[in-house]
Ligand binder design. Structure first.
Ligand code: RTP
Ligand code: MG
Length: 155
Protein backbone atom coordinates (compact mmCIF):
# COMPACT_ATOMS: atom_id res chain seq x y z
CA UNK A 1 0.00 0.00 0.00
CA UNK A 2 0.85 3.68 0.06
CA UNK A 3 2.72 3.49 3.35
CA UNK A 4 5.03 0.74 2.18
CA UNK A 5 6.09 2.05 -1.25
CA UNK A 6 5.91 5.83 -1.59
CA UNK A 7 6.80 6.43 2.04
CA UNK A 8 10.02 4.42 1.59
CA UNK A 9 11.46 6.97 -0.84
CA UNK A 10 14.98 7.99 0.22
CA UNK A 11 17.37 10.82 -0.55
CA UNK A 12 21.03 11.38 0.15
CA UNK A 13 21.76 14.59 2.05
CA UNK A 14 25.24 15.69 3.05
CA UNK A 15 26.52 18.56 5.17
CA UNK A 16 29.60 19.72 3.26
CA UNK A 17 32.90 20.55 5.02
CA UNK A 18 32.06 24.26 5.44
CA UNK A 19 28.75 23.36 7.13
CA UNK A 20 30.49 20.96 9.51
CA UNK A 21 33.21 23.48 10.36
CA UNK A 22 30.68 26.28 10.90
CA UNK A 23 28.72 24.17 13.40
CA UNK A 24 25.57 23.85 11.28
CA UNK A 25 25.08 20.08 11.56
CA UNK A 26 22.51 20.24 14.38
CA UNK A 27 20.55 23.03 12.70
CA UNK A 28 20.38 21.10 9.44
CA UNK A 29 19.38 17.77 11.00
CA UNK A 30 16.76 19.64 13.01
CA UNK A 31 15.11 21.10 9.91
CA UNK A 32 14.66 17.66 8.34
CA UNK A 33 13.44 16.14 11.61
CA UNK A 34 10.91 18.90 12.19
CA UNK A 35 9.62 18.56 8.63
CA UNK A 36 8.75 14.96 9.52
CA UNK A 37 11.25 12.86 7.60
CA UNK A 38 12.91 9.76 9.07
CA UNK A 39 16.66 9.49 9.46
CA UNK A 40 17.73 6.12 8.06
CA UNK A 41 21.51 6.68 8.03
CA UNK A 42 23.96 9.12 9.64
CA UNK A 43 27.73 9.30 9.86
CA UNK A 44 30.68 11.69 9.89
CA UNK A 45 33.18 10.83 7.19
CA UNK A 46 36.37 12.06 5.51
CA UNK A 47 35.59 11.63 1.83
CA UNK A 48 38.39 10.24 -0.37
CA UNK A 49 39.01 11.90 -3.76
CA UNK A 50 37.78 8.87 -5.74
CA UNK A 51 34.41 8.89 -4.03
CA UNK A 52 33.98 12.66 -4.50
CA UNK A 53 34.66 12.23 -8.24
CA UNK A 54 32.21 9.34 -8.47
CA UNK A 55 29.52 11.21 -6.55
CA UNK A 56 29.75 14.23 -8.87
CA UNK A 57 30.60 12.26 -12.06
CA UNK A 58 27.78 13.98 -14.02
CA UNK A 59 29.69 17.26 -13.53
CA UNK A 60 33.16 16.04 -14.51
CA UNK A 61 33.29 18.20 -17.68
CA UNK A 62 32.40 21.39 -15.80
CA UNK A 63 35.17 23.97 -15.31
CA UNK A 64 34.54 24.02 -11.55
CA UNK A 65 34.85 20.21 -11.16
CA UNK A 66 38.43 20.14 -9.75
CA UNK A 67 37.54 22.87 -7.24
CA UNK A 68 34.38 21.00 -6.29
CA UNK A 69 36.30 17.78 -5.58
CA UNK A 70 38.84 19.76 -3.52
CA UNK A 71 36.03 21.40 -1.54
CA UNK A 72 34.18 18.17 -0.75
CA UNK A 73 37.39 16.43 0.35
CA UNK A 74 38.74 19.42 2.34
CA UNK A 75 37.40 18.12 5.67
CA UNK A 76 34.85 15.74 7.17
CA UNK A 77 31.30 15.71 5.85
CA UNK A 78 28.15 14.47 7.57
CA UNK A 79 26.34 11.88 5.45
CA UNK A 80 22.61 11.31 5.86
CA UNK A 81 19.92 9.14 4.32
CA UNK A 82 16.45 10.66 4.84
CA UNK A 83 13.25 8.78 4.15
CA UNK A 84 9.60 9.68 3.59
CA UNK A 85 6.97 10.47 0.97
CA UNK A 86 8.32 12.84 -1.67
CA UNK A 87 11.55 13.28 0.28
CA UNK A 88 13.77 13.88 -2.78
CA UNK A 89 11.85 16.90 -4.07
CA UNK A 90 11.01 18.15 -0.59
CA UNK A 91 14.66 18.06 0.51
CA UNK A 92 15.62 20.12 -2.55
CA UNK A 93 13.00 22.69 -1.48
CA UNK A 94 14.28 22.78 2.09
CA UNK A 95 17.84 23.18 0.76
CA UNK A 96 17.10 25.96 -1.77
CA UNK A 97 18.79 27.02 -5.01
CA UNK A 98 22.37 25.98 -5.80
CA UNK A 99 23.57 29.59 -5.62
CA UNK A 100 22.81 30.78 -2.08
CA UNK A 101 22.32 34.36 -3.31
CA UNK A 102 19.37 33.09 -5.37
CA UNK A 103 18.05 30.79 -2.64
CA UNK A 104 14.88 31.97 -0.91
CA UNK A 105 15.00 33.03 2.75
CA UNK A 106 13.68 30.16 4.83
CA UNK A 107 15.73 27.61 2.88
CA UNK A 108 18.97 26.22 4.28
CA UNK A 109 21.17 27.87 1.65
CA UNK A 110 19.04 31.03 1.69
CA UNK A 111 19.46 31.39 5.44
CA UNK A 112 22.97 30.06 6.00
CA UNK A 113 25.20 30.62 2.95
CA UNK A 114 26.42 33.27 0.48
CA UNK A 115 28.66 31.46 -2.05
CA UNK A 116 27.98 28.69 -4.61
CA UNK A 117 31.39 27.19 -3.87
CA UNK A 118 30.54 27.04 -0.14
CA UNK A 119 26.88 26.17 -0.19
CA UNK A 120 26.84 24.03 2.96
CA UNK A 121 24.74 21.06 1.86
CA UNK A 122 24.02 18.52 -0.85
CA UNK A 123 20.72 16.84 -1.73
CA UNK A 124 20.03 14.22 -4.44
CA UNK A 125 18.28 15.63 -7.53
CA UNK A 126 16.17 12.54 -8.42
CA UNK A 127 14.89 9.34 -6.84
CA UNK A 128 17.30 7.33 -9.00
CA UNK A 129 20.26 9.48 -7.95
CA UNK A 130 19.14 9.20 -4.32
CA UNK A 131 19.41 5.42 -4.56
CA UNK A 132 22.71 5.65 -6.43
CA UNK A 133 24.24 8.05 -3.90
CA UNK A 134 23.05 6.18 -0.79
CA UNK A 135 24.67 3.10 -2.32
CA UNK A 136 27.91 5.02 -2.85
CA UNK A 137 28.14 6.58 0.60
CA UNK A 138 26.63 3.93 2.88
CA UNK A 139 27.08 0.22 3.42
CA UNK A 140 23.95 -1.89 3.82
CA UNK A 141 24.66 -2.39 7.54
CA UNK A 142 24.80 1.38 8.15
CA UNK A 143 21.16 1.92 7.15
CA UNK A 144 18.28 1.39 9.56
CA UNK A 145 14.87 0.06 8.59
CA UNK A 146 12.04 1.91 10.32
CA UNK A 147 9.03 -0.13 11.38
CA UNK A 148 6.25 2.10 10.11
CA UNK A 149 3.53 0.02 11.76
CA UNK A 150 5.03 1.05 15.12
CA UNK A 151 5.19 4.76 14.26
CA UNK A 152 1.73 5.61 12.92
CA UNK A 153 2.32 9.37 13.28
CA UNK A 154 5.08 9.14 10.66
CA UNK A 155 3.79 8.94 7.10
P1 RTP B 1 24.40 19.47 -4.86
O1 RTP B 1 24.54 18.43 -5.96
O2 RTP B 1 25.69 19.67 -4.10
O3 RTP B 1 23.22 19.20 -3.99
O4 RTP B 1 24.12 20.88 -5.54
P2 RTP B 1 23.05 21.21 -6.69
O5 RTP B 1 22.36 19.95 -7.15
O6 RTP B 1 22.20 22.32 -6.19
O7 RTP B 1 23.99 21.76 -7.85
P3 RTP B 1 24.86 20.92 -8.92
O8 RTP B 1 24.61 21.53 -10.25
O9 RTP B 1 24.63 19.46 -8.75
O10 RTP B 1 26.35 21.29 -8.49
C1 RTP B 1 27.00 20.57 -7.50
C2 RTP B 1 27.81 21.50 -6.64
O11 RTP B 1 28.88 22.05 -7.40
C3 RTP B 1 29.19 23.35 -6.90
N1 RTP B 1 29.07 24.31 -7.98
N2 RTP B 1 29.94 25.25 -8.18
N3 RTP B 1 29.63 27.75 -10.78
C4 RTP B 1 30.20 27.11 -9.79
O12 RTP B 1 31.27 27.45 -9.32
C5 RTP B 1 29.51 25.95 -9.23
N4 RTP B 1 28.38 25.44 -9.70
C6 RTP B 1 28.10 24.39 -8.90
C7 RTP B 1 28.22 23.65 -5.80
O13 RTP B 1 28.82 23.29 -4.55
C8 RTP B 1 27.07 22.72 -6.12
O14 RTP B 1 26.30 22.46 -4.98
MG1 MG C 1 23.41 18.21 -7.69
Amino acid sequence: GRRSAQSREQTYVMVKPDGVQRGLVGEIISRFERKGFRLAGLKMFQCPKDLAKKHYEELQEKPFFPKLVKYITSGPVVCMAWEGPGVVASARKLIGSTNPLQAEPGTIRGDLAVAVGRNVIHGSDSVANGEREIGLWFGEAELCKWHLELTPWLL
